[in-house]
Design a protein around this ligand. Structure first.
Ligand SMILES: NC(=O)C1=CN([C@@H]2O[C@H](COP(=O)(O)OP(=O)(O)OC[C@H]3O[C@@H](n4cnc5c(N)ncnc54)[C@H](O)[C@@H]3O)[C@@H](O)[C@H]2O)C=CC1
Ligand SMILES: O=C(CO)COP(=O)(O)O
Length: 342
């Protein structure tokens, strides 16, 4: 069934998802903060700032009026940076239909509260939304999605019907959507992998090779899963598209902003200049901050995250960080094979 869908956020991911929806025949209203950018997208069918050179469907119309964007829309998809999520939910809540299906595509935590995005959404929407809330996660660079290159993702929700509706809405021959009932795991895996992508980029920027990168991916997965499970994720989710799938994509892709930020840091640039140079959201930076606090709170060992925190926020030299990781006390590979593990 053709739907009217609002997509909130016209960065690269919101625009790419709008494009998938339009390919599926849906009418899309794309909300963007800047009125000039809204007009340019609607009239030129391009979003040159975030996805240069890509022609967008005429079924996508942009607006900078958030109330008009969501008013009477049965489906709203949120694709904004994590730091903007609470305010945007607050802004759009008064105009939201009470039976709306909300899907979010955001990979991060709220820094001050350390909450997941679905928790932030539920706090700001003034009616019961958990049964109509889903998350989309998985290996999906906007630059490839918008060019209709084969992509697989997962939609997760506590509600089977919301999951199936989201799957039907987004799935097509280029964009394969799996369902997963583990909403917490899909959110945590999608956010936490960005930390490891920063590390993988840094390793490349330092001139290290495939051995180092493979080590980061593997040991990185071990520590982000450890935190994820402690926070309520189900183990298979970290072995799936939202976990290892997105970890591989983000740690090895030229499109990844997190990988690139790490690469530039590894080459000796300072965080501020790196973020300025990239000019798009690098979620892993805030997520490293959040995860470092969460790891302490939950008593979970996350050595890679902690070293990255030092490099990002305490002026630690990346090479010194590598020495610190390689010089850790000898240990077992997995706690499950450790005789002390009960
Ligand atoms: N780009 C990608 O390939 C993918 C991105 N994501 C996630 O999607 C989310 C959005 O990322 P992108 O679209 O890539 O970001 P982006 O950097 O391409 O665009 C961010 C958009 O948000 C707007 N924005 C920034 N601060 C804002 C604020 N305070 N209030 C309202 N709008 C604000 C910007 O103007 C811009 O339109 C992130 O959590 C990211 O991790 C997830 C999967 C793929
Ligand atoms: O999550 C992503 C791809 O799945 C996007 O990663 P970056 O934000 O590092 O570009």
């Amino acid at each position: 069934m053709i739907q009217n869908v609002a997509v909130i956020g016209a960065g690269s991911w919101g625009t790419a998802l709008a494009s998938v929806l339009a390919d599926n025949g849906h009418q899309v209203t794309l909300w963007v903060r800047d009125p000039k950018q809204a007009e340019a997208i609607t009239t030129t069918h391009r979003n040159e700032k975030y996805l240069p050179g890509v022609e967008l469907s005429a079924r996508i119309a942009a607006t900078s009026d958030i109330h008009a964007a969501v008013h009477e829309k049965p489906i709203v998809l949120l694709a904004v940076p994590s730091h903007a999520m609470r305010q945007i939910c607050r802004d759009l809540a008064p105009s939201l239909a009470s039976d709306v299906l909300l899907i979010h595509a955001v990979k991060g935590f709220e820094l001050g509260t350390l909450k997941r995005m679905s928790e932030v959404i539920q706090e700001e929407i003034p009616f019961e939304i958990s049964s109509r809330l889903a998350v989309i996660s998985g290996p999906s660079h906007a630059e490839e999605v918008v060019r209709r290159q084969p992509t697989t993702v997962v939609v997760a929700s506590e509600s089977e019907s919301s999951m199936l509706r989201s799957q039907d809405l987004l799935m097509n021959r280029n964009f394969r959507v799996y369902t997963n009932p583990d909403l917490i795991g899909a959110e945590l895996a999608g956010a936490l992998k960005n930390i490891i992508a920063l590390g993988a980029g840094m390793s490349d920027g330092l001139g290290f090779g495939d051995n180092a990168k493979a080590a980061l991916l593997t040991r990185g997965l071990a520590e982000i899963s450890r935190l994820g499970l402690k926070l309520g994720a189900m183990p298979p989710t970290f072995a799936g598209l939202a976990g290892i799938g997105d970890l591989v994509a983000t740690c090895t892709s030229k499109h990844s902003r997190n990988w690139r930020a790490g690469f530039l840091l590894g080459q000796g640039k300072k965080l501020e200049e790196v973020l300025q140079e990239i000019g798009m959201v690098v979620e892993g930076v805030r997520t490293t901050q959040a995860a470092d606090v969460l790891a302490k709170r939950e008593d979970v060992e996350m050595p890679i995250t902690h070293v990255l925190y030092g490099v990002l926020f305490e002026g630690k030299d990346p090479r010194q960080g590598v020495e610190q990781l390689m010089g850790r006390l000898k240990t077992y590979e997995t706690e499950y094979l450790n005789p002390d593990h009960v």
